[in-house]
Write a protein that binds this ligand. Sequence first.
Ligand SMILES: NC(=O)c1ccc[n+]([C@@H]2O[C@H](COP(=O)([O-])OP(=O)(O)OC[C@H]3O[C@@H](n4cnc5c(N)ncnc54)[C@H](O)[C@@H]3O)[C@@H](O)[C@H]2O)c1
Length: 252
Amino acid sequence: MAFDFSGKTALITGGSAGIGAEISKGIVAGGGHVVVCARNAEKGQKFVNEVLGKGNYFYQLDISKPAETRATIVKILDEVPSIDILINNAGRISAKPFEEIDDVEWAATIDTNLTGTFTVTSAIFPYFKKRGGGRIVNVSSVAGKIGGGLLGTAAYASSKAGVNGLTKAVAKEGGKYGISCNAVCPSFTITSMTSELQDDPIKNKKVLSIIPLGRAAKASEPAQMVLFFASDLASFVNGEVGDCDGGIVMDG
Ligand SMILES: NC(=O)c1ccc[n+]([C@@H]2O[C@H](COP(=O)([O-])OP(=O)(O)OC[C@H]3O[C@@H](n4cnc5c(N)ncnc54)[C@H](O)[C@@H]3O)[C@@H](O)[C@H]2O)c1
């Protein structure tokens, strides 16, 4: 199913692999354009050229580096005719048991997942404000709601809980400018991030046993929920931290 993105351009971090690639493809399938931002220039440019095609862009970006990230966003806003949607999808897993998480692991996880999401959002917020609005969607995780435990552990869960709080705060402060901010919390999804869970039959069985639907998601499944939040069909949805987790979290 394609949502209508005609005339719209979305900036997507980590938009050339996994869930992000499916989001990019969904925007283009809906008639929109995509600015893919990722670390690996060769891979990212190839994805844009060969999968997305003309009218789409690639910029090299490491969201864990705030100064470089801000400079790249300024460049994008200068070079791309308009940006209507921001999708903060890039993220890193952290799967060490709590007692093995050192300062380096903690900082790397928070720097990418939480601070990176903040940096990109804060760099684009004044632009959205000036142009009268924009839609922001953050790819969070069920880990942020339940304290981790599927694959991601304390640093990952904390970073994604932070993303959930940031989502609500940006929704509150951005609303008056027509800026909406929502988040999607996937659970176990088949991407390179979860290869360890996919390949280990014992861990795999354990994780599937806590998912009421009893299976992992395809990358296109959380992507569909992101696309809905990014589309005009969700025009009055703001500050929602939605679950796409096969039924793990059921809040009332
Ligand atoms: N796969 C899952 O089970 C799952 C579950 C819940 C949430 N998520 C979240 O979904 C999002 C997408 O993950 P995925 O499963 O598609 O994994 P993936 O590894 O396929 O994709 C992650 C993308 O983020 C990019 N990235 C990582 N660090 C970056 C950085 N510092 N700067 C720029 N790009 C960076 C990677 O290069 C990659 O393109 C992540 O935020 C992840 O935390 C995934």
